[in-house]
Design a protein around this ligand. Structure first.
Ligand SMILES: [Zn+2]
Length: 102
């Protein structure tokens, strides 16, 4: 995807890719870094850097009527009052936010 983006810009050398990775995206950061390197070999992205910003999970608590961070990934509870909640505000992200081109 990012390689196509680079190709559209006239085959410019991509220096770095910034990625947002939510803790609930189902993707492990280290595994992603490794597969990125392998996937980039022989493409315009070879030698580019993958910069991952990890996004913590934030849920909406109907009791507090506010957004709070999740106490634990195993328990979907409000970090303030402990009420169960399933309304995920953020944390599922897996998206490219920026490309740095030389
Ligand atoms: Zn709460």
């Amino acid at each position: 995807m990012a390689a196509e983006e680079a190709a559209r810009r006239g085959g410019a050398q991509v220096y770095a890719i910034h990625l947002k990775l939510g803790q609930l995206s189902g993707v492990v950061k280290d595994a992603l870094m490794f597969s990125y390197e392998v996937a980039c070999q022989g493409t315009t992205l070879e030698g580019s850097q993958l910069i991952i910003e990890e996004i913590p999970v934030v849920v909406f608590c109907p009791k507090c009527n506010a957004e709070t961070s999740l106490a634990s990934l195993q328990r979907f509870c409000c970090g303030t009052c402990g009420a169960l909640t399933s309304e995920i505000v953020q944390g599922k992200e897996l998206e490219v936010v920026a490309l740095e081109i030389q």
